[in-house]
Design a binder for this molecule. Structure first.
Ligand code: TRP
Length: 341
């Protein structure tokens, strides 16, 4: 018994999260869900359902975010996150994150926040410019609070989150300087081996809000329709024409899911030469995705049928999260000389 507790203490601390703006999709799966499942036995992992962060661009519609929380928890269970190994918690129910976020906001300039490339791209995509909600511009600061509240060292995320981790480490440096010692650890992104999954329309990122992603719970028919609609090479008109592999959404998906690397290399060469039709590749992808998604779909449906169980595991994960993050916020406030009563 003593051994297991000691063993637990040396497991690297992992924190990651998702905004519950909708059910999760294949992009999340490739970008970070797979790594989270892979490391949960060897790491001390917490996953945050980031409902407060989701409000930063849905501030007038909290009930929509709320209604997606259990959808996301069901996605976690469906892909194989084991609540006995990984704590799943609700961000809005972890007050230490708000406490740390309030402190950190004073350590970061507006100019620094405006330089964040991911936030910049999101603001551009929404076309909101200067009317961007203050909370949205500041969400990376709260994300630093998410990460540091757990004293996390490892953050499994997609590459769009690298600027958040960079900022988090800058804040860590500032806090440590003010505290006169290394009270908070730096964190590192854990990126998936495969690159970012593009949207089915060929846009750089698969995203729920752009409507170009395949949800994890998609039916067989929905998956097939999505694959059929996938952007390939617009100049590949006749089967005999040479085709382009780069920027081809079907190949991007095959790269992420096809385990027969040798045959895939063959197919790419054939496609480039000409003589290989899109539909052959699409049928191959349909079969592979169906194999991947069928068990996930089944477990997801099963999980959604038991919302009380999902609530229970979220409550338990949140209880554990509160214990450890309250301790961090107390420690940081003490170290910085904030009054505590
Ligand atoms: N910003 C992340 C995303 O959009 C979600 C997130 C919130 C997160 N808090 C986090 C990721 C903490 C890693 C760590 O996907």
């Amino acid at each position: 018994m003593k051994n297991t507790i000691e063993a637990k203490n040396v497991r690297p601390i992992v924190l990651t999260g998702d905004r519950p703006t909708g059910a999760l999709h294949l992009g999340h799966h490739v970008g970070s869900l797979r790594s989270r499942v892979a490391i949960q036995k060897t790491h001390d992992q917490t996953i945050l359902v980031a409902d407060v962060q989701a409000l930063t661009d849905n501030g007038r519609d909290p009930s929509r975010i709320r209604s997606n929380v259990l959808e996301v928890v069901a996605d976690y269970v469906a892909v194989g996150i084991d609540p006995a190994l990984t704590s799943i918690c609700l961000q809005s129910a972890v007050p230490a994150i708000a406490r740390l976020g309030a402190l950190y906001l004073n350590l970061v300039s507006v100019a620094r926040l405006e330089r964040n490339p991911t936030v910049k791209a999101e603001i551009a995509q929404k076309g909101i410019e200067r009317s961007v909600p203050a909370g949205f511009l500041c969400y990376p600061v709260h994300q630093a609070a998410d990460i540091t509240a757990f004293l996390a060292e490892v953050v499994p995320v997609g590459d769009d989150q690298l600027p958040m981790i960079e900022l988090s480490n800058e804040i860590v440096d500032q806090v440590n300087r003010l505290a006169g010692g290394d009270i908070l650890p730096h964190s590192k992104a854990m990126l998936s081996g495969t690159g970012r999954l593009p949207g089915i329309d060929g846009r750089a990122k698969a995203s729920k809000s752009l409507g170009n992603a395949i949800p994890l719970g998609a039916s067989r028919q929905e998956v097939e329709d999505a694959v059929r609609a996938m952007y390939t090479d617009p100049d590949h008109l006749r089967m005999s024409d040479p085709g382009r592999v780069e920027g081809n959404v079907v190949f991007a998906h095959l790269d992420a899911f096809d385990t027969d690397v040798e045959e895939l290399t063959e197919l790419k060469a054939h496609y480039r030469r000409g003589g290989l039709g899109d539909m052959v590749l699409k049928r191959r992808l349909m079969t592979i995705l169906e194999t991947e998604l069928a068990p996930i779909r089944e477990r997801r449906a099963e999980a959604i049928r038991r919302p009380d169980d999902l609530m229970d595991l979220l409550r338990e994960g949140t209880r554990r999260a509160r214990l450890r993050t309250d301790a961090t916020a107390d420690m940081v406030e003490d170290a910085l000389g904030v009054m505590r009563l």
